[in-house]
Design a protein around this ligand. Structure first.
Ligand code: NAD
Length: 362
């Protein structure tokens, strides 16, 4: 199979779908790989690295989209890429279709066989291609919060870990999965006082067992979110109902009542966001104000740490890319992990949650 890797065009998206080490593995498995010129350069992988691994370098995105049987990307195709979508090319990338009706319709109209990284499931029910980016986004959210809390950036002027004789920053994390746990670990590591809310009691017990008294846990409900957010310096939104649009758990009224300079980081923005005020922002212009609070809704947070994120994504996705390239469309049915990521085929939606989000037939 001919596998194509294009340069990402989303705002400040520096990741690349596969590094040269992965390309070498795919070529060793009997496949050809074509890489768009400079696709990996912002993540530290040069054209020479890819050539050394045996890849062909193409001058334009158009030629990679045109030649490949399997197209690998990081972020979902943007509108300017919709014209490349076609029926006889498999697309494997993050799709987050519940958050984009226009992309869903473009994939259906082009009859593209598309698989979403974030929906691929491991044998234990985990999301192995979402997890590495969630770990990164979670850790980053605490870094972003620490930065935004500083007075020159309009923050509350509270140091995450405080100083002797002063209060530490209060961090509320709504959703204690992969993102939430990592946000909590880094925030607590900086010395903040951290509470994680989740609806899943087994998850809360896990967090408690692992982190003891360094992280407080609580059951998530409207009242708890409202009360704790009003007192917080930082709120991280990290809920997920796989495949579905994120529930709007953090109300506008709550955010408007937050302390001057407090910050809300809605990591769940790629699934539409879990606050009533969320709208996607970019690394160029990452925040907006609501009341006295700053709201951060960057949908491709790991793009900011492109080297780490590209190596992590390539490592996690390689076994799945290899299985897809070896087996083609026909092989998907026999591979439960890939099958759960299979999102559109022959103009039909394969995920009920996406159909529900857009009122489309399933
Ligand atoms: P996860 O499945 O590991 O965790 C989600 C958690 O939310 C689960 O523990 C679940 O029990 C909890 N939850 C569900 N409903 C809840 C509710 N009502 N109240 C509180 N908790 C609730 O998912 P994850 O990997 O941590 O991902 C979280 C979100 O972050 C996803 O939308 C993911 O796509 C997104 N994400 C965004 C970026 C970015 O750059 N913005 C990067 C990576 C991941």
């Amino acid at each position: 199979m001919k596998i194509g890797i294009v340069r990402e065009i989303k705002n400040n998206e520096y990741r690349v779908a596969m590094h040269h080490a992965g390309v070498e593995e795919l070529i060793r498995s009997g496949h050809e790989v074509v890489v768009e010129k400079d696709a990996g350069v912002n993540a530290g992988f040069t054209n020479t690295d890819y050539e050394g691994a045996g890849a062909q370098i193409a001058d334009t995105a158009e030629s990679v989209w045109g030649e490949a049987d399997l197209l690998l990307k990081v972020k979902e195709p943007l509108e300017s890429e919709y014209g490349y979508l076609r029926e006889d090319q498999i697309l494997f990338t993050y799709l987050h279709l519940a958050a984009s009706r226009s992309l869903t319709q473009a994939l259906l109209a082009a009859k593209t066989p598309a698989l979403a990284y974030e929906m691929v499931k491991g044998s234990d029910g985990s999301l192995p291609l979402l997890a590495p980016m969630s770990i990164i986004a979670g850790r980053l959210s605490a870094q972003v919060a620490a930065h935004q809390l500083m007075s020159p950036f309009g923050g509350t002027g509270v140091l995450m870990g405080g100083a002797p004789g002063t209060a530490r920053a209060k961090v509320l994390v709504v959703g204690g999965g992969v993102v939430g746990e990592q946000a909590a670990i880094v925030a607590a590591g900086m010395g903040a006082s951290v509470t994680v809310l989740d609806i899943n009691s087994a998850r809360l017990a896990d967090l408690d067992r692992t982190h003891g008294t360094r992280i407080s846990t609580g059951f998530s409900n409207a009242q708890a979110i409202d009360t704790l957010a009003r007192e917080a310096d930082v709120v991280v939104g990290s809920v997920l109902l796989p495949g579905r649009a994120a529930p709007k758990l953090i109300k506008r009224e709550t955010i408007e009542a937050m302390r001057p300079g407090s910050i809300v980081i809605d990591v769940a923005i790629d699934q539409g966001g879990c606050t009533e005020v969320s709208r996607p922002t970019t690394h160029d212009d990452p925040t907006f104000r609501v009341g006295n609070a700053t709201v951060y809704c960057v949908a491709n947070m790991p793009g900011a740490v492109a080297r780490t994120a590209s190596v992590a994504l390539a490592g996690a996705s390689l076994p799945y890319v290899r299985a897809l390239a070896n087996g083609g469309i026909e092989g998907i049915a026999g591979h439960p992990g890939l099958l759960s990521g299979f999102s559109t085929f022959r103009g039909e939606l394969l995920h009920e949650e996406v159909a529900e989000a857009h009122g489309l037939p399933y």
